[in-house]
Design a protein. Structure first.
Length: 338
């Protein structure tokens, strides 16, 4: 089933559907249009949030990017050179980070998300040094990047629709096509990439899970209990939890070698996850629910966080709070005990 490009794309699509279509003669390619200033940016649709130290960065539709240094209480809009919808963000330090999105966009920041520069887009994907990802060129939909992960300031991956995989070893200045190194012969969508406990894993459509082999040369398919698409990954140490469609979650306690189903108690799609400073794991749903595990991901229970809108991503905002982002923007919630 290919109706879902992940929680980010779903929320963006809903927001765009509600907006009036521009006249054909007024169309401007989002790659040529910097993100506009929005006085209500923290209440606009957002798709992902990441944390490093006290710095929080969130991204969303039409190139929207925000940053906060006070646990998500106040947000400042960042300068972004494109108007493409952004789907994922990661910080490797309080200064360096990357964001990806539609139109094959890869953005980098060297000032903790205050400003962003373009490293890649769909116009450059079909030309060296990135290599021909989709001959002879990459279309707009096929160039949708849905997640990114950097191990450090040089080595990183980006994954996306129709099995798109890119890798860099120079901080994003050049990207190599890696789709042919993944055990994904049907070109299923790839929604998430994370390194957890030393293992780099990719989650995707129809329950696909991949793991980078010990030689670092190939993304090999893993044996997982059958079920629906997996949209995210979280965990710590040797524990990995993959989660997704209709409340589905699976857990590995050995870095991905073996997997078992996890009872989440919900039927709503799980859209985001985070490892908390106190050792617990948190998941959020498309309905805005928060689920927390205190037993290393073996089970999850609901956390009372008050009423809120749909959630697409979550990050810890210090030891006692979470920041959720979604179609209604940012929501900060107090994190109690189970």
């Amino acid at each position: 089933m290919r109706w879902w490009f992940g929680s980010a794309a779903s929320l963006v699509a809903a927001a765009l559907a509600a907006a009036p279509a521009p006249a054909a003669d007024r169309f401007v390619d989002p790659l040529d249009l910097p993100a506009g200033t929005d006085a209500r940016a923290s209440r606009s649709p957002l798709t992902a949030v990441a944390a490093a130290g006290t710095r929080l960065v969130a991204v969303g539709q039409r190139g929207l990017a925000l940053w906060s240094d006070d646990g998500g209480e106040r947000w400042t809009q960042a300068a972004v050179p494109v108007g493409s919808d952004l789907t994922a963000v990661q910080l490797v330090s309080t200064e360096r980070g990357w964001a990806v999105g539609h139109d094959g966009v890869v953005l980098a920041t060297a000032d903790g998300g205050r400003s962003w520069s373009r490293q890649l887009d769909r116009r450059r994907l079909g030309a060296p040094p990135a290599g021909p990802v989709r001959p002879p060129s990459v279309g707009e939909v096929e160039a949708s990047l849905l997640d990114t992960w950097f191990d450090d300031e040089r080595r990183g991956f980006a994954v996306g629709a129709f099995g798109l995989v890119l890798r860099t070893e120079d901080g994003g200045r050049t990207w190599l096509a890696w789709s042919d190194r993944a055990d994904n012969p049907r070109a299923l969508h790839l929604y998430a990439v994370r390194r957890i406990g030393g293992e780099l894993l990719v989650a995707g459509e129809q329950g696909l899970l991949l793991r980078l082999d010990p030689g670092g040369r190939r993304l090999a398919a893993l044996h997982v209990p059958p079920g629906g698409s997996l949209f995210g990954l979280t965990g710590r140490g040797r524990t990995v939890v993959a989660f997704g469609l209709a409340g589905r979650a699976v857990r590995s306690g050995d870095g991905g070698a073996t997997w078992l189903p996890v009872a989440t108690g919900v039927e709503e799609t799980l859209t985001g996850g985070a490892a908390l400073p106190d050792g617990r794991l948190a998941l959020v749903t498309a309905a805005g629910q928060v689920l927390v595990s205190g037993d290393d991901g073996r089970s999850f229970g609901p956390m009372a966080v008050g009423r809120g809108g749909p959630a697409a991503g979550v990050a810890a905002a210090g030891p006692g709070a979470l920041v959720l982002v979604g179609s209604g923007g940012v929501r900060r919630v107090a994190l109690g005990r189970e």
